[in-house]
Design a protein around this ligand. Sequence first.
Ligand code: AMP
Length: 279
Amino acid sequence: MITIEHIGELRGAVAEARARGARIGFVPTMGYLHDGHLALVERARRGNDLVVVSIFVNPTQFAPGEDFAAYPRDPEGDAVKLAAAGCDLLYLPLQEEIYPEGFATYVNVEGIATRYEGAHRPTHFRGVATVVATFFSIVAPDEAVFGQKDAQQVAVVRRMTRDLHFPTIIVTIPTMREADGLAMSSRNVYLSADDRREALSIHRALRAAAAAIDEGAGVPAAQEAMRRTLSDAIAVDYADVINAETFQPAVGTDEPLLAVFAGRVGRTRLIDNMPLGPA
Ligand code: AMP
């Protein structure tokens, strides 16, 4: 595995691989890697000849007061894990190259990016779409791999990819969970032992919604089952059953359904989701 920091060098390495006929797979991350991230890398490894992984804690997707400065970082540990998972090229972007002096161009995805996470973090998806578009422009991957854990992020990236005609195929892999059901997240490191226990009710709540739909209940009943199961210790931002494609509230069970959760456990904001109904 080689590590590259400069855009020019990265473009050169990718161009050289492409000239050899290599198919390029790309996995963007913010680092502090866990097995969920590594599953993305393994998926990219299976379908591509050159696997590029970026680690960049992207300032524009954090609002003032969020955890940008405190976001956990472990560049050495991440590099060891990535080499073992089959990453060929580790890209560590420099903030001054991604956001040069005078930077003034943002990608705003309307509609889907304004609801749920977009409503609670109004500048978040603008930062995500902007940095992903920048990376797509630099790396020009054939395929980019994202996690279902951030379902709305994937939906926003898919919309942006279609609208801007990036030739990149967007692949999604299922959410990786700890043995007790908690979705893996770099932010889990913030949880106290008590928080960690309360947080288990999130997965239970999503499963309750799934069980309700499987038993033939309607959307309101599934939503109610979910909300009832969440620990009272959690400050819920939303716990809803929505249309998995539009991110609008779901009406009937004939739609593609997704149970979505966001809320604060102690001082840590967590998100999770689960597709409902027949796969
Ligand atoms: P992050 O480093 O949190 O920005 O995440 C980078 C990528 O890893 C995104 O595509 C996430 O959706 C994905 N990811 C994060 N957690 C998980 C998980 N538990 N399972 C699968 N993918 C994940």
